[in-house]
Write a protein that binds this ligand. Structure first.
Ligand code: 6PG
Length: 256
């Protein structure tokens, strides 16, 4: 179902992956400062995989490190694998090593998905409860993240929302436990599109020539049914941050 968006997608092309990381880090700071000024805090959902690592590392380095309002930043995860926080496949582990352990964000403001818990449905429900407790809002009201970072798989998945997954049809629950049979760790947990599309900003990070075809399939085809194309924030901004290789099949001017 194509959801109408208030704003057209913004496509920003960086020269290379290093400039992409710099641009993304600065965009996160801009979003954070605006959110703290407007609402007193900044709520961000981090993406997993490998692409965002350079952005997280950049954000943990001076001078950008000092520009972030860490005391007012609340960190969540867009998805997680069914492993513990020390496991090499853990998205939390990657973000913690690249960013969280290196910046003064209060530990009480970092919320990982406890993927190692025995009962996946309970783990998903527990995370949804955490979102509800932290975001407040009326019963059943979806959390509105200030910024949700997303990656893009070559099959068009994003977070752990894979093609053909029943979770793509979720219209109510904010967090789903999914089984991704083709993934290295099939047990996954993911924010669902109701939450993604309620965000103030959804920002995709994609780099590398291997993503060019899927970027074109998602951004170049208005009726694309790929999961990543379903990220269409109703009353928020949709930003695609690409490096030149990932954008090579799009007809867009390089802009960074
Ligand atoms: C995950 C991510 C996933 C990732 C894409 C792209 O848990 O793996 O959430 O959606 O963003 O698979 O991964 P790369 O950045 O490694 O290409």
């Amino acid at each position: 179902m194509i959801v109408d968006m208030q704003f057209p997608p913004e496509i920003i092309v960086a020269d290379d992956s290093a400039k992409l990381a710099e641009t993304a880090a600065r965009a996160i700071i801009d979003a954070a400062l605006e959110a703290v000024k407007a609402r007193g805090r900044f709520t961000i959902s981090l993406a997993g995989g490998s692409t965002p690592r350079a952005t997280y590392e950049r954000l943990a380095q001076s001078p950008l490190r000092e520009q972030m309002p860490w005391a007012h930043t609340w960190i969540f995860f867009g998805d997680e694998r069914g492993v513990g926080p020390e496991h090499p496949e853990s998205n939390f582990r990657m973000a913690n090593a690249a960013l969280i352990s290196k910046v003064p964000v209060p530990a009480t403001q970092v919320f990982r998905i406890r993927g190692e818990e025995g009962d996946p449905e309970a783990a998903a429900t527990n995370y949804a409860r955490t979102l509800s407790e932290v975001f407040g809002g009326r019963r059943g009201e979806l959390p509105r993240f200030d910024l949700i970072l997303l990656g893009l798989g070559v099959d068009g998945h994003t977070a752990s929302l894979f093609p053909g997954s029943p979770a793509l049809k979720e219209v109510f629950r904010p967090v789903a436990a999914v089984h991704a049979s083709a993934a290295a760790v099939p047990q996954r947990f993911t924010l669902t599109f109701p939450v993604i599309n309620a965000a103030a900003i959804v920002m995709f990070l994609a780099a590398g020539a291997e993503k060019a075809k899927v970027v074109k399939a998602v951004l170049g085809e208005p009726t694309s049914a790929l999961p990543a194309a379903m990220a269409r924030p109703r009353e928020g901004r949709l930003v695609w941050l690409l490096d030149r290789d990932a954008a090579s099949l799009l007809n867009v001017a390089k802009s960074r």
